[in-house]
Design a protein around this ligand. Sequence first.
Ligand SMILES: Cc1cc2nc3c(=O)[nH]c(=O)nc-3n(C[C@H](O)[C@H](O)[C@H](O)COP(=O)(O)O)c2cc1C
Length: 226
Amino acid sequence: MGEGDEEPGFIQLEFEELPADEMLSRARDFYKQMDTRRTTRHFSNREVPRELIELAIKTASTAPSGAHLQPWTFVAISNPEVKAQIREAAEAEERKTYSERMPEAWAEVLRPLGTDHVKEHLSDAPWIVVVFRQSKRQRDSGEWGPTYYAQESCGIAAGLFIAAIHNMGLTTLTHTPSPMGFLRDILNRPEHEHAMLVMPVGYPDEGAKVPNLGRKSLGNISEFFD
Ligand SMILES: Cc1cc2nc3c(=O)[nH]c(=O)nc-3n(C[C@H](O)[C@H](O)[C@H](O)COP(=O)(O)O)c2cc1C
């Protein structure tokens, strides 16, 4: 598009082309950094400033989203009473899941992770961030309409949140207590918001452990048509 072709509602894309060698070194460095991310279930109760959590949420909200509806609400909790309520309700559900509701096919893949119904991270970590997916939005007319690809959009936003937390030198756990309807009640969210992920954020505890897992190789996760 040439000068003078401005369309209302559009602005010039800001794009800085990088030299080829810099692209490669940045790509390698980012991969290396992200490859050190791990999910630990052992958190320290050391404080984390609210501004870091705000920045991680802002980073998450740079995610692309279906029709740019940004169909997410991030609820950040540092209040110890609210964290205790969440832990109690999550453990009550998880106790039933682990003892009664979990099919063997699920139990078999969880065994190497060493998880159980006890969720210390929900009270130990200084912050818990809960991602809610919005299934509806209010139209200009005041009527309610659907959101589009909200699952995918929130998944991408959560990925950016996790990357932001790792990049700032903290750790988070992607926790999915099942079912998690209790979060809407405790956190006072509206009917059209559905809790998706519970992410404690903080420093790892001293001596925190992680399962000894490998990651699939490029050949196992991709197919190229050159
Ligand atoms: C959608 C999703 C749900 C998860 N749910 C749980 C969970 O409920 N409890 C838990 O301890 N870890 C949970 N995890 C963490 C995974 O177990 C962990 O990411 C996986 O074992 C790989 O380990 P890594 O993150 O260290 O690479 C979840 C991860 C994802 C992406």
